[in-house]
Design a binder for this molecule. Structure first.
Ligand code: GLC
Length: 722
């Protein structure tokens, strides 16, 4: 349809029909989707009325459901305006790849694009038109359960990976039934909730907001994301969905976003609980004034918006603009011509969990695992006769992480399966040893597990945090290993020191005590469908770990928030970061630095940083600075290194971080091979937000370093002149 056709359609619509385009319902109200209808939509209006009137639905699971929903609606809607079908496809549809925080450890934008492309194909076949992805809420606090959903604590990584996912998901033509529109979320700064508690208020300066929290959303908007979802939290006192500064001034004003804004689940209704709306009707007024187009689930718009327009509180012009944005999106997706878009049950059967997709998921799990410690016991030799596979996750199928689609755990390659796929003759003993639930105190099976360890050639100890203990609404005040897992580790490692620990967790955990006793630790995060195959190949050396931490791992929960790009303060703690230095910015009981820093990770080989050279000692704002980092594989086997480039602005009008990642590149190196990794630095990368909230660079001296956070190996200075 042309723009003129859309305007003609709009003109033909009644007020209720217009409002209906802004109403999103849970699909489970109309068909059996398996989703449990909880919360406000449970008190939703009569399904008959809603089905006729609504503009979109969320949360269904396959092409048959998608087609049934569309047929049901089109039969009832007098104007035959197709539904938008939306779903959270966060890290895979049927074939699940690692959680986003793991993908950030890959430091590989092409890898996330490859995974997103795979997810797009499976989701499009399932009938998805819009995915509520990417989530790019930069977070520095693992007490927040949703830290697992974002790629990194570093906004540069979130920006690059978020944009890569948008491009791989939307591609070039949304009318192509294989392509899906992206909804970037949760705008804004949802990851900075006070005390790491989900949905909690966020108080950040505009400068900090623009420097740390907004860039990744803007990168996704600039990459063409068609929808934006405001966050649940109040931002500097005003909940995002009613925050005119955030939505009208920045998103639509400064960034020129012309797409659809959709609230988060009942976020419009929650304005009453926030205390900024007297009642639901007032909440609708506030959300409309802030440019929120679609009301997800609570049907506040359906109930109150017609009257607000009739009495002039909400101008019909504002309603028309919101409706046109929704109609344009439907039109761009080609839904008026093809309301089913890509829904195709045959394609689902062909694509879901196909060997190519399993290979992509397995490769991603291998590339994003992080080797934290290895006292020479990994990789295990393949001629091992017997292995004891111990721990609460030893035979677990739920290794996919929050937002994986319901039921995918049935397809997970478990650890036992993966080990026997690789080594069919391996004698495998499996012992759970203990649970991992919060508050679990039962140590009764530890002795038997230790006995199983003692009699085996080697032990694989699978520890971590249950899949359902990180994610939305899963904040923890203490991010240590839950349950008696440390007691199990002590007993097992004492019984057999030839023990490698695998970790399955969504948030960074406190591993301080475990690191003191474990000879080897491999962080697997939630690796997804191919967990067992990836873990086996990594443990026995068919794959060489190359992940680098996307967020530092703390020594203690009390260190949070714990950004790697910290300020020096006026009383920096003397290095090395040990001992007690009262009257400095430090703790009496814990070192300042993380246990393992951002960007850290080991390999089965070793790398040496031989040179860091700059093409010039000074640059003006027009110049480019070529930076050459020479890195060599000094070990005996091939490996991949992520070369990280950090900047320090030595003197500026506001305090600047002691280290800030400004670029990264992953390179493969054969044994003995050296490579020059070339970066180009321009004045743009030297900019920051000054006290007056202007994005500026300031002349002066800068340092560029290679290495990883807190362990910068080579450093060179240069000057920005004018
Ligand atoms: C949830 C989440 C959001 C998700 C939406 C739809 O509450 O906050 O990330 O996209 O509801 O499921």
């Amino acid at each position: 349809m042309t723009e003129k056709d859309l305007k003609t359609l709009l003109a033909s619509m009644t007020l209720e029909e217009k409002v209906g385009q802004l109403v999103q319902c849970n699909a489970g109200l109309f068909i059996e989707t398996g989703a449990d209808i909880t919360g406000p939509e449970g008190e939703a209006l009569p399904a008959e009325d809603l089905c006729r009137a609504m503009g979109s639905v969320l949360t269904f699971e396959n092409a048959a459901q998608a087609r049934a929903l569309q047929d049901m609606h089109l039969e009832k809607d007098p104007k035959k305006i197709p539904l938008l079908l939306m779903l959270d496809v966060i890290h895979g549809m049927a074939t699940t790849y690692p959680i986003p925080l793991a993908m950030g450890c890959g430091f590989d934008d092409d890898l996330i694009a490859e995974c997103a492309d795979m997810a797009r194909k499976e989701a499009a076949a399932a009938g998805v038109h819009v995915t509520f992805n990417p989530m790019v809420d930069t977070a520095r606090d693992a007490r927040w359960g949703r830290i697992l959903e974002t790629n990194s604590e570093e906004p540069l990584v979130n920006s690059r990976m978020g944009a890569a996912l948008v491009r791989a998901t939307q591609r070039d033509n949304l009318a192509d039934p294989g392509n899906i529109a992206c909804c970037v979320k949760h705008y804004a700064a949802y990851g900075a909730g006070e005390a790491g508690r989900d949905y909690n208020g966020v108080e950040v300066s505009e400068r900090s907001l623009r420097e740390t929290y907004l860039p990744a959303y803007k990168a996704c908007v600039d990459a063409g994301a068609r929808l934006v979802m405001p966050s649940f939290n109040a931002l500097n006192g005003i909940p995002s969905v009613a925050n005119k500064w955030l939505m009208n001034r920045v998103l639509r004003g400064e960034w020129g976003f012309e797409g659809v804004v959709i609230s988060d689940y009942n976020a419009v209704g929650e304005l009453v609980a926030h205390g900024v709306a007297r009642d639901m009707k007032d909440a609708v007024r506030l959300a409309m004034e802030a440019g929120c187009d679609i009301d997800m689930v609570v049907n506040a718009y359906y109930t109150y918006l017609p009257d607000l327009v009739r009495d002039g509180t909400v101008p019909e012009k504002a309603l028309d603009e919101a409706v046109m944005r929704v109609l344009r999106l439907k039109n761009e997706l080609g839904l008026f011509e093809n309301p089913y878009h890509g829904a195709d049950s045959e394609a689902e059967k062909r694509l879901n969990l196909c060997p190519e997709h399993r290979e992509i998921a397995r490769h991603a799990a291998e590339e994003t695992a992080v080797l934290l410690k290895n006292e020479g016991i990994l990789p295990f030799p393949k001629n091992l006769k017997s292995v004891a596979l111990i721990g609460p996750f030893a035979a677990e199928t739920r290794l996919n992480g929050f937002w994986s689609r319901p039921g995918v755990e049935k397809d997970t390659v478990t650890l036992p399966r993966g080990l026997l796929n690789l080594l069919p003759d391996l004698e495998l003993t499996v012992a759970k040893g203990c649970g991992a639930d919060l508050g679990d105190r039962d140590e009764s099976e530890i002795t038997a597990a230790a006995e199983a360890a003692r009699t085996a050639d080697a032990v694989i100890l699978c520890l971590g945090e249950p899949e359902n203990d990180s994610g939305e609404g899963r904040s923890r005040a203490d991010v240590t290993l839950p349950g008696p897992q440390l007691a199990l580790a002590r007993a097992v490692i004492t019984a057999n020191p030839n023990t490698a620990v695998l970790l399955f967790n969504g948030r960074p955990l406190v591993l301080t005590e475990l690191a003191e006793i474990a000879p080897a630790m491999l962080e697997m995060w939630y690796p997804g469908t191919e967990a067992g195959n990836a873990a086996a190949r990594l443990l026995f050396g068919d794959a060489n770990p190359c992940g680098r931490l996307s967020a530092g791992l703390p020594r203690a929960t009390g260190q949070y928030p714990m950004p790697y790009n910290r300020m020096n303060t006026g009383r920096p703690k003397p290095q090395p970061d040990s001992g007690v230095f009262p009257f400095t910015s430090s703790y009496l009981d814990v070192p300042n630095l993380p246990l393992y820093s951002f960007g850290y990770g080991l390999s089965y080989t070793t790398f040496a940083y031989e040179k860091l050279e700059l093409s010039r000692a000074e640059i003006s704002k027009k110049d480019e600075l070529r930076v050459t980092v020479t890195v060599r594989n000094t070990g005996k086997r091939a490996g991949k290194e992520t070369v990280q480039l950090y900047l320090r602005d030595l003197v500026a009008s506001v305090v600047r971080p002691v280290q800030q990642l400004i670029d990264y590149r992953k390179v493969s190196l054969a044994p003995g091979e050296a490579k020059d990794v070339i970066f180009t630095v321009t004045e743009k990368q030297l900019r920051f937000w000054n006290f007056d909230c202007e994005e500026v660079s300031e002349p002066g001296e800068f340092e560029l370093s290679a290495g990883y956070a807190d362990h910068l190996l080579l450093t060179r200075r240069f000057t920005l002149t004018d």
